[in-house]
Design a protein around this ligand. Structure first.
Ligand code: NAI
Ligand code: MG
Length: 491
């Protein structure tokens, strides 16, 4: 079953970084093996870039920002670069979906969904590039005041392995639309789609140095990039701990940052909710991408009067969930690597040992290679709101259920973690929809729906430990630029 996929991406085994429009290895010649999580086997390599490579990439981005054709390119032409890249991604959609699925282990249909969202980002920001503008400001008599939205300069994008293509797209789309140049450092566990899209950007006519791709380990390439004095702004998606390290590095030179740091996102289910409608959405919110999603709906808060019914309905569905290889396209794939599998398993055994009630457990397909990084999904009931499982981001297929007596308690539970990324509210009561949506601390609140995967138009980002700054939608264009105020005196 897995062998078939080898041919789809066979043209490249040794992938290269991209600096100044050229495909290139690390100066040291070192590489990192690329592992398919479905079978744990190596199928390619990427360069293990270090300080010297990062220096080259930042110089190339700096030169492109200051002097190259991009420096004076009108906004609509920057938009065209993005639009053309989106069209090339569409043309290579099947290849990219297969590559992403093989590199991350995600089911192939998720790879396809990621391609579709990626195309939308380039389309959206391609169209937005020439539609964002500053203000004229009423000021003193004899003066005219106006603002320009100017690019930061060289933007560093450090991206994670869960949705590499999509997260790259939201960074590149907004940054290029505003006239920044970029150095992207994808995660060492999943760099291939980023490299391929970097190659397609050359084909789309991106001038040299505008979009540089540096692969390598976080502690080497990532650390060098985030501390580099030639970088003007850093955007990061990943764990809060790494986010702190990156902010400290960027603070060395007082550079601005956008931080998207995950969540422990709740869904609040009230007794009057349309449960039939909610159930598949509640399940998908934690099972999509094996739960390795920053916006995963990992906590479900259920009004006590319907708790038993909803728990047993969810349990019945959980029992039927099956994990398997990406190309088998089952409910979920494997975890990204052996460490993540162990991490998730430790959360599960820790919670069970602490007396957690296992309501249901899915399974791992019998044909799944034993060398793959699979975890069977688990549903925990009546979790203590203070428990580790209730507070920490597991980043795996583990769902916890809680009960509440009234709206006040539901909101308290929803807000009772260090995170604040996304929330779902399920109720037919219109006034309650508004009340709860306003009081829940989350960057996105969905009412009778849940999902941040698509929705490229919707501003996205966190409160509290989930981070700061906003990506996606028009808001990202503000993050990717700085306001310059110009005042003319003409009395
Ligand atoms: P990570 O946050 O360490 O890695 C994300 C990116 O940061 C990668 O490109 C990595 O190379 C880079 N990086 C790592 N250390 C760095 C450093 N010192 N300086 C600069 N860049 C650095 O995440 P990791 O270790 O892969 O996963 C650990 C946990 O993080 C997961 O179990 C999950 O809980 C969380 N996570 C959350 C994500 C989200 O979207 N919210 C995405 C990935 C991981
Ligand atoms: Mg991989």
């Amino acid at each position: 079953m897995l062998q078939n996929l080898t041919r789809i991406v066979a043209q490249d085994k040794n992938f290269l970084s991209i600096i100044n429009g050229r495909r290139i290895g690390a100066v040291t010649g070192k590489t990192i093996p690329v592992i398919c999580p479905s079978d744990g086997l190596e199928f390619a390599t990427i360069p293990a870039c270090g300080v010297e490579d990062v220096n080259h990439a930042v110089s190339a981005a700096r030169h492109a920002f200051d002097k190259g054709p991009f420096a004076r390119m009108p906004a609509f032409e920057r938009g065209r670069l993005l639009t053309r890249l989106g069209l090339l991604i569409e043309k290579h959609g099947d290849e990219l979906a297969a590559l992403e699925a093989r590199d991350t282990g995600k089911p192939i249909r998720q790879g396809k969904a990621d391609v579709a969202a990626t195309i939308r980002y380039y389309e959206f920001y391609g169209g937005a590039a020439d539609k964002i503008h500053g203000d004229t400001i009423p000021f003193l008599d004899g003066y005219t005041a106006l603002t320009l939205r100017e690019p930061h300069g060289v933007v560093a994008g450090i991206t994670p392995w869960n949705y590499p293509m999509q997260i790259m797209a939201r960074v590149v789309g907004a940054a290029i639309a505003m006239g920044n140049t970029l150095v992207i450092k994808p995660a060492e566990d999943a760099s291939l789609s980023t490299i391929r899209i970097g190659e397609l950007a050359i084909e789309a006519g991106f001038p040299d140095g505008v979009l540089n791709i540096i692969t390598g380990f976080g502690a080497e390439a990532g650390a060098a990039l985030s501390a580099h004095p030639g970088v003007d702004y850093v955007t990061f998606t990943g764990s809060p701990v790494t986010g702190t390290a990156i902010q400290q590095a960027a603070a060395t030179h007082n550079r601005g940052v956008t931080m998207e740091l995950g969540g422990k996102s709740p869904q609040l289910v009230f007794a009057d909710a349309d449960i039939e409608r909610a159930l598949p959405v509640l399940i998908n919110a934690i099972i999509q991408n094996g739960g390795q999603t920053c916006s995963a709906g990992s906590r479900i808060l259920i009004e006590r009067s319907i708790y038993r019914d909803v728990a047993s309905e969810l349990g019945a569905r959980f029992d039927n969930l099956v994990a398997g290889p990406h190309d088998a396209d089952l409910d979920l794939g494997p975890m990204i690597n052996a460490a993540q599998k162990r991490r998730v398993e430790n959360y599960i055994t820790g919670a069970a040992e602490a007396g957690g009630e296992v309501i249901a457990r899915g399974s791992i397909h019998v044909d799944a290679p034993l060398t793959g990084f699979y975890v069977a999904p688990v549903l925990f009931g009546t979790v203590d709101p203070a428990a580790v499982l209730a507070q920490e981001e597991v980043f795996g297929p583990v769902l916890s259920l809680f009960s509440f007596d009234d709206e006040e308690e539901a909101i308290r539970l929803a807000n009772g973690t260090e995170y604040g990324l996304v929330a779902g509210v399920w109720t037919k009561d219109g006034a309650r929809q508004h009340r709860v949506a306003k009081r829940v601390r989350a960057g996105q609140v969905y009412v009778n729906a849940y999902g941040a995967g698509g929705g490229v138009e919707l501003p996205f980002g966190g409160f509290k430990r989930s981070g700061h700054g906003r990506e996606k939608g028009f808001e990202a264009l503000y993050d990717m630029s700085a306001t310059k105020t110009i005042v003319f005196r003409h009395d």
